[in-house]
Design a protein around this ligand. Structure first.
Ligand SMILES: [Zn+2]
Length: 107
């Protein structure tokens, strides 16, 4: 499977009229004598490349979190008990052995 990265750069991409523009603020800087570099940013959830969940338009529509949870539960429910057990063991090992890094799991 070939993957294509269609991500837009957040700070330079078009913003829907009326939505707040992405902003970043340097809170501290090593160059300015601070112990670390620290940046805060804010943006609308609809900036850049994103998914609009049904909840965006429908009062009782599903959120992205609900869609992902439903999809994961469906896929996991289709696995054999042995496979579910191995997945659980693997996830527990990854969580226990990781050092706070990002984890991406494709099922
Ligand atoms: Zn949107």
């Amino acid at each position: 499977m070939k993957l294509y990265d269609i991500s837009q750069e957040v700070f330079s991409c078009a913003v829907y009229p009326g939505d707040p523009k992405p902003e970043r603020q340097v809170l501290s800087s090593v160059d300015a004598g601070s112990v670390c570099n620290l940046t805060a940013f804010s943006m609308c959830a609809h900036n850049g490349t994103h998914i609009d969940a049904p909840f965006h338009f429908l009062h009782h529509g599903k959120s992205v979190e609900q869609i992902v949870t439903d999809g994961m539960q469906t896929k996991i429910s289709q696995m054999t008990e042995d496979c579910q057990s191995k997945l659980q063991d693997t996830l527990q090992k990854i969580i226990n052995d990781s050092n706070g890094g990002m984890i991406c799991i494709i099922i």
